[in-house]
Write a protein that binds this ligand. Structure first.
Ligand code: GDP
Length: 140
């Protein structure tokens, strides 16, 4: 059964390029409610753990280095059909293929430095939310 929560990170490139406000604005305008949010930085170890599923991919090292290269904004978001609707809002992994008006089309610079993360399933949204937040840091 689809739950109504997803997990996102505004990645280090978008933070460095000054897009936090614009991205949060698009997220809120699309009807997502903020359940949890923090400005934080992943260590290389934590980034490696978060992306462990990609360990065998050729870009894993680059991904871990990038995701630990600067601060991020992590958040749990709520909306009906949250996971699928959020993936639609952010667009394809590669910004060159992302639909017009999507967050990645607007703010990402490359397939690696692509501005935002969005959980790809309800199960992963719950796992990723718990990775960053304690239950006491979430407010329904
Ligand atoms: P997502 O679900 O759209 O984020 O895409 P994936 O799960 O396939 O990949 C996870 C993340 O790895 C992406 O968001 C990118 O930051 C990064 N990534 C994916 N493909 C590549 C690639 O070919 N090169 C590099 N450097 N990073 C990539």
């Amino acid at each position: 059964m689809a739950t109504n929560r997803t997990f996102t990170m505004i990645k280090p490139d978008a933070v460095r390029n000054g897009h936090i406000g614009a991205i949060l604005d698009k997220i809120c305008a699309a009807g997502f409610k903020i359940v949890a949010m923090k400005y934080t930085k992943l260590s290389a170890e934590k980034a490696g753990e978060f992306y462990a599923v990609h360990k065998e991919r050729p870009f894993y090292g680059e991904l871990v280095e990038f995701m630990s290269s600067g601060p991020i904004v992590a958040a749990v978001l709520e909306k009906d059909n949250a996971v699928a609707d959020f993936r639609k809002l952010i667009g394809a992994t590669n910004p060159a293929e992302a639909a017009e008006g999507t967050i990645r089309a607007l703010y990402a610079t490359s397939i690696g430095e692509n501005a935002v993360h969005g959980a790809d399933s309800d199960e992963n949204a719950a796992i990723e939310g718990s990775f960053h937040f304690a239950g006491t840091e979430m407010f329904a």
